[in-house]
Design a protein around this ligand. Structure first.
Ligand code: NAD
Length: 439
């Protein structure tokens, strides 16, 4: 099997939307010239981070920050730690961020970062040193009005805290060189350079679970339009921040989550898992296998082990890829039995798989819509930091619900208007907004 390049997939999606938009009655000026600009990132930063390891040796890590497009506002996007991070992956993710922020109608553009590393191989001290090194290395390229990073796979609020600290050190030093001392207000605004921070460091209520909750709001809006009702079942691939939270919110909304998985494999519990107990069990054991937690107990008799491959082929109503790219490909898409795919990971479906699913009549709710809840609450955090406010969780979730309902409605309407699938519709909505903002 040849490796699938996510950036090539992203460009195919762009091309499809470009064709649909051109064929429509929309009057956009210089569309071809502007789309050509959208095929390349505006800036790519490569950084090297020398780190003294616990054993005294030095290791040099490689990282990236890609700033794809800022026509609608500062670049915005997470930082990923993974051994498979590559420049093309970061380019694809930064492009999707530009599209996602436009679908959610946020005043932000698209960026993304990543470091090639396996966090499981590093001690906490080594992780902190590499994170601080990265924060320092990209400090000249980010800022509240320039580029606003956040967590992604294998990064979190603690890591954001280290990076904010490094970023502030660099800014204080620069100010000092001009004989200026940064005021508290200046520093508060500068902390809005990073979102997804811990609450004590200026993070927003609800940010940690925002991607999962946003996914539920989008799903509910689309299910209503698909007229899919009754007791529904779901399988979730990935049990990290996004996978766990989406499983929790689906369960709370009365959707029976019968299977979940992580990188080591998955579990199937016919009567539906208890997400919180399952997470507790996974944390205790270090893996999911055997965590057949349903109702208020975990019992080996309640479930069975499934592979990641077979989870994708389960006869459930809703399939939720919430791990990494390229989960659904031309090899397995024909075997999908779900009635709807809710993409919570970024880029989990290749363009070939998309075509197969479309022909099978399985709607795919695209990543740039379904997982946009995370960046939406990140945008709320950015706004709160800048205004010196702290909103309650209820305020945050109400604003999120409205944003997700509006975005899902716009995408659905575009799919009807242009007689196209939901992904192309989402790209058309985003593209139109970005092209309008471009000079
Ligand atoms: P995470 O690191 O918290 O969790 C990733 C999970 O995926 C882990 O449980 C891991 O074991 C599992 N996994 C890895 N490879 C797998 C495989 N082959 N099969 C099954 N499971 C596998 O990361 P996250 O923040 O939950 O992000 C997951 C996805 O959601 C990514 O694509 C990310 O870009 C996207 N996303 C995250 C956010 C966010 O707010 N965190 C927002 C939007 C999109």
């Amino acid at each position: 099997m040849t490796a699938i390049n996510p950036f090539e997939s992203a460009m195919k999606q762009l091309e499809k939307a470009h064709t649909v938009l051109k064929a429509s009655k929309k009057k956009l000026t210089n569309i071809d010239r502007k789309v050509a600009v959208l095929r390349v990132p505006q800036r790519q930063v490569n950084v090297t981070i020398p780190v003294v390891m616990d054993d005294g040796t030095q290791k040099i890590f490689e990282g990236y920050r890609v700033q794809f497009n800022n026509a609608r506002g500062p670049y915005k996007g997470g930082i990923r730690y993974h051994h498979n991070v590559s420049l093309d992956e970061v380019k694809a993710l930064s492009f999707w961020m530009a599209m996602k922020c436009a679908v959610a109608d946020l005043p932000l553009g698209g960026g993304k970062g990543g470091i090639i590393l396996d966090p499981k191989m590093l001690s906490q001290g080594e992780l902190e040193r590499v994170s601080r090194g990265y924060g320092n290395a990209i400090a000249d390229f980010i800022g509240p009005d320039l580029d606003v990073p956040a967590p992604d796979v294998n990064t979190n609020g603690v890591i954001m805290g280290w990076m904010v600290d490094e970023f502030l050190k660099v800014q204080r030093k620069k100010a000092k060189a001009f004989g200026v001392t940064l005021s508290k207000k200046d520093e508060r605004k500068l902390t809005s350079t990073f979102t997804g921070k811990a609450i004590k460091d200026g993070g927003s209520e609800g940010r940690e679970e925002a991607t999962g909750l946003g996914g539920l709001f989008v799903l509910q809006a689309i299910l209503k339009r698909l007229k899919l009702k009754g007791t529904l079942t779901a399988a979730v691939q990935g049990f990290g921040n996004v996978g766990y939270n989406v499983a929790k919110f689906l369960d709370e909304a009365g959707i029976r989550v019968v299977a979940v998985s992580d990188s080591k494999g998955g579990i199937y519990v016919a009567e539906g898992i208890n997400p919180a107990l399952t997470l507790e069990c996974k944390k205790k054991n270090g893996y999911l296998a055997g965590c057949y937690c349903s109702g208020s107990v975990c019992d080996l008799k309640k479930g069975k082990q499934v592979t990641n491959e077979s989870l994708l082929e389960l006869p459930v109503d809703i399939l939720v890829p919430a791990a990494l790219e390229n989960a659904l490909t031309r090899e397995n898409a024909a075997k999908v039995k779900a009635k709807v795919v809710l993409e919570m990971a970024n880029g989990p479906t290749t363009p070939e798989a998309d075509t197969i699913l479309y022909k099978k009549g399985i709607p795919v709710i695209p990543d740039i819509l379904s997982n946009s809840g995370g960046v939406t609450v990140s945008a709320f955090e950015w706004e709160q930091n800048r205004k010196g406010q702290h909103w309650t969780k209820t305020q945050v979730n109400q604003k999120l619900a409205k944003k997700m309902a509006d975005a899902a409605g716009a995408v659905w309407d575009a799919s009807v208007t242009h007689k196209t699938d939901l992904r192309t519709a989402a790209f058309v909505v985003a593209l139109e907004r970005i092209l309008t903002a471009m000079k």
